[in-house]
Design a protein around this ligand. Sequence first.
Ligand code: ZN
Length: 261
Amino acid sequence: MSTNWQCPYCHHHMVITGQNYSSTIVQLNGRSVRGQRPALNVTSISCANEKCKELTIEVRLGSWDAGGRNGPHIVQGSTTLERRLLPEATLLALPKEIPDEVQQTYREAKLIAPISGRASAAMARRCLQGIVRDFWDIPANKRGNLGAELNYIKERIDPGLWDDIQAVRSVGDIGAHMEKNVNEVVDVSPREAGILIQLIETLFQDWYIQRAKRQQTSNSLREVLKDKRSQQKAAKQRSTGETDQSDTPQIEENGQPGLTA
Ligand SMILES: [Zn+2]
């Protein structure tokens, strides 16, 4: 087989070959309501990236069949459960300046999603509040209710993103307040929880990671400017002996060449 595949650990793209791929059928006991031929299909892929070489493991539960020349396999359409065992979740590598509490809440939201969508949604909402407070530096007297905190920053957020944030808040409320009315069953599926987490990851990317990148570019620009200034100074010193009037425009504080009238 040759299939294009992306490593969930390092995001390296590679072609799956027989050497780094294995698929095994594990036959299970056939006396349960799961049918007479239940089996697990365990597949594993080793990443070809030398710096990563991590193992990805996936399992599928279905009914097995002895089948044709490919040997025992899971009958098409019989899969009732599908799980990735490794990696447990694909977590975004977060910059250090994000508070530990926010990082921890994000990890929990992600890891619990396959088991409880509601719990994950509640954690995603909590994570959202932590991000908003920290990134926008909400003053102590404005803190308390997430709705009020969001209103405080509304003018500074892109309207589309604002709507998405409100959606995470509302769905998260279902998970966060599930103890209020135990008879009121509103579920959140793992897939839905995954969408909330995607928005949280977008905020990490758009806010923290972009800010860190901008800061880096800004520092580099300052370095370039400093370098150019000293080069200009040196050039000027060299030329003063030759002529009194220099035509070289001065680089000013704001980085723009000065205009000479
Ligand atoms: Zn990898």
